[in-house]
Design a protein around this ligand. Structure first.
Ligand code: GDP
Ligand code: CA
Length: 322
């Protein structure tokens, strides 16, 4: 390929961020644009919190709590304790003192009239993530989950389902509220049109990548870009590597397996799919769905392992291009 390789990645939080760290190592000269999920965003204590954008920013910028995978390193919780002393919650969402500063700056800039994309760019001036991080949309999109609680049907915010309820009750439906009216943020469609390859990291296919694809125009732009689209399975051995993706897959009628997730994206969108070595047996099924498939180790135990996965994704992309 001539010139700098342009890579577009649709990312959620932890799975997306850890993969991106490997991708940067595997392709240090590439021009990487990350389209971040904002369906998880929530207003807390009057502040706008963007968990997935921040996880990417902190992970790539060296400020992440490594063990936890989200939030800041060396964190303290004084503000949260003081709020609790006033009886002001929610107590179930972990916001540390360092993290609070990010949300204060963001909320202040949004209040002054800057769109989320400009605010994200400003925050990234401090963190220097080494990628261009763009929210999927400047418009408000909020993922809600339909559940039955105490015999009553209701819709709760995704964070309430995920963090407070720990996905302990079945989800009947996942609704990205506002997505239909949302427009892709400035730069999103341009980055896709100019990309040499589009990657889906092992992010949640429903509430991370699925939410980004629900913004009108993004799915179409990717399908029509005429460039290889390669994804990596977040499901290994018929279970999520981390978290409760099985609950939201069930809500959209998709079985929790690497092959079913590939079929869910479909050959109209995906050209290539990487599954873990333990799922070697599904390669044929995926290929018969019209998606080129390879089995390799997909556990991001460290940056080198993630870099190896990124190399394999780029290799598969050039294979499907040929
Ligand atoms: P979230 O927004 O923080 O939930 O993060 P993402 O949506 O970006 O990623 C969540 C997904 O990452 C989960 O479904 C996990 O199964 C997946 N995941 C996390 N670590 C790994 C890993 O090491 N390997 C693979 N293949 N998937 C992983
Ligand atoms: Ca998320």
């Amino acid at each position: 390929m001539l010139g700098t390789m342009r890579i577009v990645v649709l990312a959620g939080g932890i799975g997306g961020a850890r993969f991106l760290r490997g991708l940067k190592k595997a392709a240090p000269d590439a021009d990487i644009t990350v389209i971040g999920n904002t369906g998880d965003d929530i207003h807390l204590f009057g502040l706008k919190v963007c968990p997935d954008l921040d996880t990417v920013m902190y992970t790539l910028g060296g400020g992440i709590n490594e063990e936890q995978g989200w939030g800041r390193t060396d964190e303290t919780f004084r503000v949260k304790e003081e709020l609790a002393a006033y009886g002001v919650g929610p107590e179930w969402f972990g916001l540390g003192d360092r993290d609070f500063a990010t949300h204060i700056v963001r909320t202040q800039m949004l209040g002054a009239g800057y769109p989320l994309s400009a605010v994200t760019q400003a925050l990234c001036e401090r963190w220097q993530p080494g990628v261009r991080l763009i929210p999927m949309s400047d418009d408000r999109v909020e993922t809600h989950v339909a559940v039955t609680l105490d015999g009553e049907q209701k819709a709760v915010h995704f964070q309430e389902y995920w963090v407070r309820l720990r996905a302990s009750v079945d989800a009947h439906a996942i609704v990205p509220v506002g997505a239909e009216q949302a427009k892709p943020a400035p730069g999103v469609l341009e980055a896709i049109a100019e990309a040499d390859v589009v990657l889906f990291p092992p992010s949640n296919p429903v509430v991370s990548v699925g939410t980004i694809l629900a913004v009108p125009g993004i799915r179409e732009a990717i399908a029509d870009a005429g460039v290889p689209v390669v994804g990596l399975s977040p499901i290994v051995g018929d279970a999520p590597v981390r978290g409760m993706a099985d609950k939201v897959l069930a809500a959209v009628g998709v079985e929790t397996s690497a092959a079913a997730v590939a079929e869910h994206y479909g050959s109209g969108l995906l050209d290539g799919w990487l599954v873990d070595s333990v799922d070697e047996g599904v390669v044929e099924r995926v290929e018969s769905a019209g998606i080129r498939c390879r089995a390799i180790p997909l556990m991001m135990t460290d940056i080198d392992a993630a870099a190896e996965m990124a190399r394999a994704a780029l290799a598969l992309a050039s294979e499907v291009r040929a």
